[in-house]
Design a binder for this molecule. Structure first.
Ligand SMILES: [Zn+2]
Length: 107
């Protein structure tokens, strides 16, 4: 049983609600339910050193998005465009996420 199910899913647009990237938006690339972390495109970037290889004989540094706590992000509702908390509602085909701002179904 997992009581800490993350409120966002891969492909959601989210906004950061705390820290240096506060207010920035991005798309969720990965969700790690077990660790409670998410990876968001273009946010929480960290430098990664690359070893030299055939394509890149010099090696080098790339920036990749690092995992962050899921509590740092809030979903941006695709219907009303506002950052929102979500409600979970039961439907015939399972639970859906509902925007608390406009009450539209997000899933
Ligand atoms: Zn909404």
């Amino acid at each position: 049983m997992n009581m800490n199910k993350i409120h966002v899913k891969k492909g959601d647009t989210v906004t950061i609600i705390s820290g240096d990237d506060k207010g920035k938006k991005g798309k969720v690339l990965r969700v790690d339910d077990k660790k409670g972390r998410v990876v968001v495109e273009g946010l929480n970037m960290m430098k990664k050193h690359l070893r030299p290889n055939r394509d890149n004989p010099q090696g080098g540094i790339v920036q990749i998005p690092a995992p962050m706590k899921s509590s740092k992000v809030m979903i941006v509702c695709p219907s009303c465009g506002k950052p929102t908390r979500i409600a979970r509602e039961k439907r015939n085909d399972g639970k859906v996420r509902v925007c608390k701002q406009c009450n539209k179904v997000i899933d």
